[in-house]
Design a protein around this ligand. Structure first.
Ligand code: E4P
Length: 218
């Protein structure tokens, strides 16, 4: 499974890249607003930093506006993927952008029917928001299961990108269900590394050796 960081915080991206775990990045208007920086320059800065795909979202909601902003986002760097909301006009833009060679990530997907339409439109990625479904008492991972099944029986080349991830289990379950990508907050990446038995085990190894009074070279 590929792991993308869901952030517009450059220091988090730099850390994730240093650890060798970041295959790409997704941003959205909320995440960029949190950084207090300008919109397009932030997407450009991230796309220059990350070797893999970087999703930058259109702010327009009409077809012409999405096409204009999608083209401008795509011009920022070769690895920019245009994030488009799941609206009729959005999927129309996805199709037209694809015809121009511009890949898109369809965002705000909450049903398998929506995911089917996004794949028909030619989206490179579909982003089902599992955490926001869990938040309202629905089973977010059930949506991933349905989409993976629908896509696997078809010729679509749309990748399932588990989004709105809240915890490591969302990542693990998504991987088990066959989703190709998960986009995760930096905190979830940190949590994926951690296990209390790893810490306890390491402390014991080191203290047992320290008790001998010898060093690495003795
Ligand atoms: C997806 O690409 C979105 O940026 C993101 O995963 C939304 O997550 P949230 O529900 O935590 O805001």
């Amino acid at each position: 499974m590929e792991l993308f960081l869901d952030t517009a915080d450059v220091s988090e991206i730099e850390q994730g890249l240093e650890w060798g775990m970041v295959d790409g990045v997704t941003t959205n208007p909320t995440l960029i607003a949190k950084q207090g920086k300008s919109y397009l320059p932030t997407v450009k800065e991230i796309a220059e930093l990350v070797p893999g795909p970087v999703s930058g979202e259109v702010l327009a909601t009409d077809y012409d506006g999405m096409m204009e902003q999608g083209r401008r986002l795509a011009e920022l760097a070769d690895n920019v993927v245009v994030k488009v909301p799941l609206l009729p006009e959005g999927l129309r833009a996805v199709k037209a952008l694809k015809d121009e060679g511009i890949p898109s990530n369809v965002t705000l997907c909450f049903s398998s029917g929506q995911a089917l339409l996004a794949a028909k439109a030619g989206a490179a990625y579909i982003s089902p928001f599992v955490g926001r479904l869990d938040d309202i008492g629905h089973e977010g991972m059930e949506l991933i299961n349905e989409i993976v099944e629908i896509y696997s029986g078809s010729a679509y080349d749309t990748k399932v990108l588990v989004a709105s991830v809240r915890n490591p289990m969302h990542v693990v379950q998504g991987a088990m269900l066959g989703a190709e990508v998960a986009t995760i907050p930096f905190k979830t990446l940190q949590q994926l590394y951690r296990h209390p038995l790893t810490d306890i085990g390491l402390d014991r190894f080191l203290s047992d050796w320290a008790a001998t009074g010898k060093t690495f070279d003795d």
